[in-house]
Design a protein around this ligand. Structure first.
Ligand SMILES: [Zn+2]
Ligand SMILES: [Zn+2]
Length: 272
């Protein structure tokens, strides 16, 4: 009997910085490098991962909370990087020193790329960064997706999430906290807009449908520091599930990714 597994370990998650480790056991991939190189290395050490054992870094988009550590990290460890062409333009524009062009790989949404044990598919996300995308990872019998920085749930995003065993899904803001909060009006409009971020309610609604389509494990991620709280995001999620008679730890598992430190790894396992 073979054992196919994917472990998702958020190292950092939130508007302050993002980096998520995915591992099949043999192949290790980092999604985003939005903290300093030093902090990413420290977090990898905590979860007992050697940076040199990474096969690739996949970048979702060029906002600083996703790439701020990439420049130094890449020059230090020389790991291949994957991003869409438009995201590459953004990455190169803010690089302090160029890295070896051999490390640059262009990823095209909906075209599958094999990296070690993973078949990886990027998918377009509606967000105010050119070329922004999410990623789906498939191994034999197991699948995971990272979907953050999505202004609204589109059919394209949903189609790539459907059927995944486990998903890290954005729960960026609580509507009441955002609209009653301190942010200037233009910023509130940007966050809540179709190219902004996903709110707790939309995240929960999406998760209910995904759960009915077979997804069993959810991590809420990219929470806003000012307009959300882990317990608020979790409560919204659980209420939506309860309304549909979906029971925690029977029908689904849930955790909230931590902002500044690694979250307990989520092991997705399928016995073949
Ligand atoms: Zn962004
Ligand atoms: Zn972001």
């Amino acid at each position: 009997m073979n054992n196919s597994s994917i472990t998702i370990t958020p190292l950092f998650s939130g508007s302050s910085g993002n980096a998520i480790l995915l591992s099949s056991g043999n192949t290790n991939i980092l999604v985003d490098a939005g903290m300093s190189c030093k902090k990413i290395v420290e977090a990898l050490n905590i979860v007992k991962m050697n940076p040199y054992d990474l096969s690739a870094v996949m970048i979702t988009h060029d906002h600083s909370d996703h790439i701020s550590g990439l420049d130094v990290f890449t020059r230090k460890f020389a790991i291949p990087i994957y991003a869409t062409l438009k995201t590459w333009r953004g990455i190169h524009a803010v690089e302090k020193k160029p890295h070896s062009p051999d490390l640059d790989n262009e990823i095209i949404p909906d075209e599958k790329v094999q990296i070690g044990d993973f078949v990886i598919t990027a998918f377009d996300t509606p967000h105010d960064a050119n070329g922004s995308c999410g990623y789906r990872f498939d191994t034999d019998g197991c699948s995971a997706a990272i979907a953050t920085d999505i202004g609204m749930m589109t059919p394209v995003v949903f189609d790539h999430l459907r059927g995944c065993t486990g998903i890290l899904l954005e729960a960026n803001y609580d509507e009441d906290m955002l609209w009653n909060g301190e942010y200037p009006y233009y910023l509130k409009k940007r966050i809540a807009g179709e190219n902004g971020h996903l709110c707790n309610d939309d995240c929960a609604r999406t998760a209910v449908t995904l759960c009915k389509n077979g997804t069993r494990h959810f991590i809420l991620g990219h929470l806003s520091k000012e307009n959300n709280l882990p317990q608020v995001a979790e409560r919204t999620f659980l209420r939506a599930m309860e309304d549909e008679k979906l029971v925690r730890d029977r029908d689904f598992t849930l955790r909230v990714a931590k902002r500044y430190e690694p979250t307990e790894p989520l092991l997705l396992e399928v016995m073949l």
